[in-house]
Design a protein around this ligand. Sequence first.
Ligand code: MLT
Length: 404
Amino acid sequence: MVTVNHNYLKLPGSYLFSTIGKKVKAYKEANPQANVISLGIGDVTQPLAPAIIEALHKSVDEMGDAATFHGYAPDLGYEFLRSAIAKNDYKDRGCDIEADEIFVSDGAKSDSGNIQEIFGLDNKIAVCDPVYPVYVDTNVMAGRTGEYNKERGNFDNVIYMPCTASNGFLPEFPEEVPDLIYLCFPNNPTGGAITKPQLQEWVDYANKNGSVIIYDAAYEAYISEEDVPHSIYECEGARSCAIELRSFSKNAGFTGVRLGFTVVPKDLVRDGVDLHSLWARRHGTKFNGAPYIVQRAGEAVYSPEGKAQLKEQVGYYMSNAKAIYEGLASAGYSVSGGVNAPYIWLKTPDKMTSWEFFDYLLEKANIVGTPGSGFGAHGEGFFRLTAFGTQENTLEAIERIKNL
Ligand code: MLT
């Protein structure tokens, strides 16, 4: 008799952004005249930068010529891209990471969901609350958690680290020592950032306790403050306790192109096994390499033209972030984030729940955001807006919110 993976049945509802998508679709069908502005999912709106388009065209042409055609990509990534990443993202920042410690993939969402596979099911995970739902949901699917507790609004056998206004939306060391610690900075969803000394404390904690930090740095391009680290490997000792996840989605607009990478330093050993080899085994078996044309596009991100164009693009989104932050603050909202990240985190007004505010904004202002409770129990009463809209829509959305 066929049985299913019962761990999936522990998951309440559908994936957060699928639920929102369905709600918005239903609203639009019922109100076809409504001009709905989405500041919900963190999806980019600006076209790919010219340097990237040029690299794509060139590599597409190569694919049309037998002499330069490329079939399967090397499963861990092309050398040209891994070297560009090692140099620009790590060595130039003083981080000791080699090209062969970088695993190129189709994006940080898959990597952040897949990375748990190389760890035993008896490991206990710790996550921030609120948190990007993929980390928890994939551990639930794997069977690393207990049941969903409806009253608490979270899972048994998971260590939640509340990130609230009272601790500046930064996690505190939990009472129980976790095996795997998921950290995402600059943070999704709160838009908060961690300073280098603060991150160093987590690295020291992980090394002392034998934990592994899974560090999601997908939003590092949005960092504007000096003391905020772009990589966990800026901290001393991180090579022996941290895996880093990176994405081309937010820094280069690849949400629809798909490219990311994971760094597993060779010094990272647990249970007598080096995790670099385990991830290489997993990646090589289950992934057949990101497309050649996409990796060439990724390489262009690091060209002088690419860098200049993307700096401008990030600046465009960050001026949206500033406008949202200031607009909401002037309208009396309590807001945070938006300085080192493209997300603005606000307290819902009049004690509305996150979903009540979602409905209110959608119906009264035709604006879509993301309910904080969708990211965890401690997100209740909060709401996330993204700076990834067009400038025109962003300014219009703020006016609508102010006029409510
Ligand atoms: C988000 O809105 O939280 C992100 O866009 C989701 C993602 O990057 O997968």
